[in-house]
Design a protein around this ligand. Structure first.
Ligand code: HEC
Length: 143
């Protein structure tokens, strides 16, 4: 490497280090029309994509106790004491951190009965995010 190349390489390094972070950011990826179409197709009612994904999971794993809309009227609800609460009107269900804890660690982790099972080992963090989003969506307009 010649002295000139070394000097200009050093100059480039110094110059790029001095650039503000905003100028070095890479451009956002181009919009993906196919992905947007798939997401639009998968939307459930007036729910966002994440909330809709949460609803699918809720119907599969939770509705047997909680009922599809979280009213505590699932097929198994009458066997439970305490019964599953009405999530849409529950004050607790407006707190995302609380929802995440109950869903991940089970209701026992919040000092309640152990009847709501822990899902942290059987569902992914992404699936739990979707379930939190759905429970929050159930409380929308019910404040
Ligand atoms: C076997 C029945 C059962 C299943 C399955 C179940 N739950 Fe529960 N859940 C309950 C009961 C009963 C309670 C009330 C516990 C208490 O108050 O001690 C509860 C409480 C909760 C609460 C607290 C609500 C509040 O207002 O404090 C949340 C949130 C919740 N469950 C979410 C879920 C989600 C999400 C799933 C599915 C991934 C699920 N549960 C599956 C029975 C169940």
């Amino acid at each position: 490497m010649t002295g000139l190349t070394v000097r200009s390489t050093a100059a480039i390094l110094i110059f790029s280090a001095a650039l503000p972070a905003g100028c070095r950011r890479t451009a956002p990826p181009p919009a993906d029309a196919l992905l947007d179409t798939i997401r639009a197709d998968e939307r459930v009612g007036n729910l966002s994509y994440s909330e809709g994904q949460g609803k699918h999971l809720f119907v599969q794993y939770c509705a047997t106790c909680h009922g599809e809309e979280g009213h505590g009227d699932g097929q198994n609800a009458s066997n439970l004491n305490p019964p599953p609460p009405d999530i849409p009107t529950s004050k607790n269900a407006r707190d995302a951190a609380y929802l995440r804890r109950v869903i991940t660690q089970g209701s026992a982790a919040t000092g309640r009965s152990p009847l709501s099972p822990p899902w942290g080992r059987s569902l992914s963090a992404q699936q739990i995010d979707y379930l939190v989003a759905y429970c929050e969506a159930l409380t929308r307009g019910k404040r």
